[in-house]
Write a protein that binds this ligand. Structure first.
Ligand code: GDP
Length: 328
């Protein structure tokens, strides 16, 4: 039986990945942070038989103990502080977790595996935010990085370090440069979920206005359930590598708003949406769209869900959740 260790197990991707690996018969270990983490039960309910280990990406000794217990064949590093605006407010903490956390985990693996590093394969969750103010559209594995936030800078460190451990120690270490990926499990601070949740609440009469920042930003939004499959495929290859994972189709925040409101039968959404400078960023990433040709050709991966379908799915899930939850 293969054993997998996942950091960030309670996040959107951690849960989808754990569910996928469970269907493939893996024994799954998830790292859980902090004392009395309220998400403990969430992970246990989603993934029967999961073992949750208390550890923190900023504490290398806790990571060494976790890999000693799990003895993993595959390690997926999905844990990070991942909300871009937060990274300007807390740049040090973002760097400790999102950048240095990768180093801590790789060193913990080396300390445990010793001379037998071939026994473990490593996945690093890299991000399209590394491209930032990219001059090339669409972005590929060889597009120059130009991150625009402390989060993006931290992700570049993790990405380059993963490549360095591959080159220095011959480690089977891969990175997925994942473009935005969403689902009903997406945190409500991210724009897709913020919109679908607010639209559901407006349709049910729980809320009257949705405040947003830049409506013209463009993103390549895919379904998170598809993207975790790409992670797994990377670790099944004979040789490690770095792959862009994206749909290749971009939309604006404005398109997102139109689709979400039309899912509840509202065509003229202007009376419900306010543009609010508080949600604008010190440095914006205007246009991200990925070219996943390499993932398609080498991994046999492709996205299964189009943007309109994804947004409808998220609005439906938020309607169901808001119907049982009283107005707040
Ligand atoms: P990101 O690509 O990882 O930063 O994902 P987000 O979902 O947080 O943001 C995607 C884009 O939506 C960015 O360009 C934001 O500037 C834009 N956006 C516009 N209004 C909002 C808002 O109210 N909240 C968030 N999170 N993003 C917004």
């Amino acid at each position: 039986m293969k054993r997998a260790l996942i950091t960030g197990i309670t996040g959107q991707d951690g849960l989808y990945l754990a569910e996928l690996l469970h269907t493939k018969g893996y024994e799954i270990f998830g790292l859980i942070r902090g004392q009395d983490n309220p998400k403990y039960d969430l992970a246990r309910a989603a993934v029967p038989g999961i073992t949750l280990l208390k550890a923190d990406l900023t504490d290398v000794s806790s990571l060494i103990r976790a890999v000693q217990v799990a003895e993993p064949h595959e390690v997926y590093n999905l844990g990070a502080i991942s909300f871009v605006p937060y990274s300007w407010e807390n740049p040090m903490l973002t760097t400790e977790v999102t950048a240095k956390g990768v180093l801590n985990l790789l060193e913990a693996i080396r300390a445990w595996a010793g001379n037998d590093l071939a026994r473990v394969r490593f996945y690093q969750a890299s991000s399209s935010e590394m491209f930032g103010a990219a001059l090339q559209v669409p972005q590929t594995e060889s597009t120059r990085f130009w991150p625009r936030s402390p989060y993006g800078v931290a992700k570049v460190f993790g990405h380059q370090l993963t490549i360095n451990y591959r080159e220095s120690y011959g480690m089977h270490a891969s990175s997925g440069i994942l473009f935005n990926h969403e689902s009903p499990r997406r945190g409500p601070e991210f724009v897709t979920r913020k919109v679908t949740r607010a639209v559901a609440r407006i349709a049910l009469g729980h809320q009257s206005v949705l405040s947003l920042g830049n409506l013209e930003a463009r993103r390549d939004w895919g379904f998170a359930g598809d993207y975790v499959d790409a992670m797994w495929r990377m670790l099944q290859q004979d040789t490690p590598g770095d792959y862009v994972v994206a749909t290749g189709v971009d939309h604006s925040v404005r398109d997102l708003v139109t689709l979400a409101f039309s899912a509840v039968g509202i065509d003229d959404w202007a009376p419900f949406v306010l543009e609010d400078d508080r949600f604008r960023r010190p440095a914006e990433v205007h246009h991200l769209v990925g070219d996943a040709t390499m993932a398609r050709n080498r991994l046999g991966w492709k996205p299964s869900m189009e943007f309109a379908e994804l947004i409808q799915l998220m609005v439906r899930a938020d309607l169901a959740a808001q119907e049982v939850e009283p107005a707040r």
